[in-house]
Ligand binder design. Structure first.
Ligand code: FES
Length: 350
């Protein structure tokens, strides 16, 4: 085992051990150390650290998150491994550690249902159940392809050793391409989790405004599912804004429409199509859903500015989707709608 020492911006120090070749972020989080991160897959840049002593192996130097690195001594903890003892310093402070600490297990990944030609619902039968909260995600790796991908759990199921994930085919991604090339086949995968702080509990006793772009809906659906099962909608009116390209690429609208009905309309859902207007015939299939044209963050802005989202209800804001959509929505909420960043929960991954 390799000794790893990390010092944060305030001078707080933590130590943990990593196996040679193990990703330092995963090793630290599994040891109960609150290493800062969001995506855990090399996209966001929030896990960057400076190598002060020793050295690390960069596992994916071209990771999109590496754009956040400013010197040759800096590295992404989620894309680094150590073969010798190493000391690192963080620009940020440690975050509260997960409870329980995430860990790795194995599982069998298989298709549940194809939703469109590029989005499908999969399940993983886990060897050991993992504990997760609505809004969290896991890292999945396997199929002989290097690296891990983050996918949100999409609904609560009775069997604790099963998790359901929404996976989008990314034409530039070898993992999802391999999955979609042979949907009938199941795969042995490694699962690390649970991760993510954009979580929700009915015990919080507050309404929520959720905004999802594309497959970012997965974690939001788990939140809806939890809210439904916990009686949230009998006490609080909440809203969902869901951005999709067009009617042809839409999915899960039956489930969302059923959630609106079960909430007795205390959940209001708006679906925004960015590429084309929604036809009256299509809209008529989902009378519980309000269809509009435009990008989802523009639609949310208009709703906020028209007073359709009253600030005095003290809502929690959830933003989920690709980093570009999350960044645009965060900017809009904070700078234009004056929402406190402390009230917005998000994880940029994808
Ligand atoms: Fe490492 Fe996002 S780049 S957590």
């Amino acid at each position: 085992m390799i000794a790893v020492k990390v010092v944060d911006r305030q001078g707080q120090c933590a130590t943990f051990s990593a196996e040679s070749g193990q990703r330092l972020l995963q090793a630290g989080l599994a040891s109960g150390v609150g290493l800062p991160h969001e995506c855990a897959t090399g996209t966001c840049g929030s896990c960057k650290a400076t190598v002060v002593k020793g050295d690390v192996r960069r596992l994916w130097p071209e990771a999109p998150g590496a754009k956040a690195l400013r010197s040759a001594n800096e590295t992404l903890l989620c894309q680094s491994a150590a073969d010798v003892p190493v000391e690192l310093s963080l620009r940020a402070n440690f975050i509260p550690p997960y409870e329980p600490a995430p860990r790795e297990t194995k599982g069998e990944l298989s298709l549940v249902r194809e939703l469109t030609s590029e989005v499908a619902l999969f399940s993983i039968a886990l060897r050991d159940p993992i504990v997760w909260q609505p809004g969290q995600f896991v890292l999945v790796s396997g199929l002989g392809i290097e690296g891990a991908r983050g996918y949100s759990m999409t609904r609560e199921v009775a069997d604790p050793s099963r998790i359901d994930l929404l996976i989008r085919k990314d034409p530039s991604g070898r993992f999802s391409t391999a999955l979609f090339d042979d949907l009938g086949r199941s795969h042995e995968v490694a699962v690390f989790g649970s991760l993510g702080r954009a979580t929700f509990s009915c015990d919080e006793g507050r309404p929520f405004i959720a905004m999802a772009g594309g497959s970012g809906i997965a974690g939001i659906l788990a939140i809806l599912n939890h809210a439904m099962n916990g009686g949230h909608f009998s006490k609080h009116q909440s809203k969902l804004f869901f951005g999709l390209r067009d009617a042809a690429s839409s999915y899960l609208l039956d489930e969302i429409s059923a959630a609106v009905a079960a909430s007795q309309n205390n959940l209001a859902v708006t679906v925004a199509f960015s590429n084309e207007a929604c036809s009256p015939e299509f809209a008529a299939r989902y009378p519980n859903i309000n269809f509009v044209d435009g990008f989802v963050h523009d639609v949310v802005r208009a709703a906020m500015q028209s007073g359709a989202v009253p600030a005095d209800t003290n809502p929690i804001f959830f933003v989920a989707g690709p980093p570009v959509m999350v960044n645009a929505t965060m900017r809009m909420l904070v700078t234009e709608c004056k929402v406190s960043p402390a009230e917005i929960r998000y994880d940029r991954f994808g």
